[in-house]
Ligand binder design. Sequence first.
Ligand code: ATP
Length: 368
Amino acid sequence: MTSSTAPTFDSPALALQGIEHAFGDHRVVKGIDLVINPGEVMCLLGPSGCGKTTLLRIAAGLEAVQTGRVCLDGEEIAGPGRTHRPPEKRSVGLAFQESALFPHLSVLDNVTFGLNHLPRRERAPRAQSLLEQLGMADHASRYPHMLSGGQQQRVALARALAPRPNLMLLDEPFSSLDARLRDQIRDDTLHVLKHLGTATLLVTHDPEEAMFMADRIALMRDGQIVQTGTPYELYCLPVDPFVVTFFGEVNELEGVVKNGQIETSIGTLKAEWLEDDTAVQVMIRPEALRLKALNLPIGEHRESHVIMAKLLGRASLVHLCAHAQNGEEAHLHARVPGVYLPAPGQPVEIDLDHSQVFIFPRRGASPR
Ligand code: ATP
């Protein structure tokens, strides 16, 4: 692609190529390539400070590119020392955690504000339609100070979407809302984005939010993308331990490969793809542990047994003492759907859903 490339049907809505960025001598983005296809919702996920917002600001044009290129619809719009198209000329819609509305304008006027390019008669219907899709049609004549934080955020999203940008850039737009409201606004926003077919880059540090919203997720750590893929790929085919732990609590065991197998406190695991004597980290999601109560007296501690069980709401969390045949013990957590509250001391048999068990060679460990 060159700076004069004409948009084609197959052009990505956004392509970030070789982006690096530093504040002084602090390198915060370290060589990122990312493509968002037309109509795709991409979530940029990662812990605080890993560079997500900086990358979004570079895509928006709020931060000048230092190294790399930004292309929108196949056209280069920013590169170091060359092009830098300003944000207002990029056909991007922006919404942030606190998206300030114009206080002196009504809700309707806030949403029509960016529609000066349209004939006057088309502006209000376009704005009304978006307000309706975001559940705010009845509030069109109100002023921002008459709205709750969640309602203001809905209006901010409608305002950003009204000019029908080719790309929406959303930075933690739901994080200031309480949990119930957040779920509703997320759901409404997802439906509007999909209805309009707007390509979207959404920054979040919340893995559940990313899985709810995204067609694909790019998981970042320390200025780099660790894995890009569908929510299924990141959850079920993680490339390293960081990806596994980012999506929730895991039970961690250590072991050594012998004859293509690893002996653990919950049985033998296959690992034929690893060389013998490789030291490994075994990561088991709590939902991978399936429990069967054994018909043995409570307190029969030669078997694996329950330490305690807690109801969390949709699932129960069972703390277990797992016994290996060699006498080793491990404290594990099992997450069981619904209400499952066995008594402390209850002997159990532990079965594993191997699709939620991940084995990685231990970093820095020398073969034993
Ligand atoms: P969060 O989820 O907490 O918002 P983030 O992943 O979005 O974090 P960034 O906001 O991109 O991370 O910040 C990445 C790093 O760059 C942080 O260490 C931050 O302190 C630093 N940083 C961001 N903006 C600036 C700036 N304008 N000047 C100096 N340092 C900055």
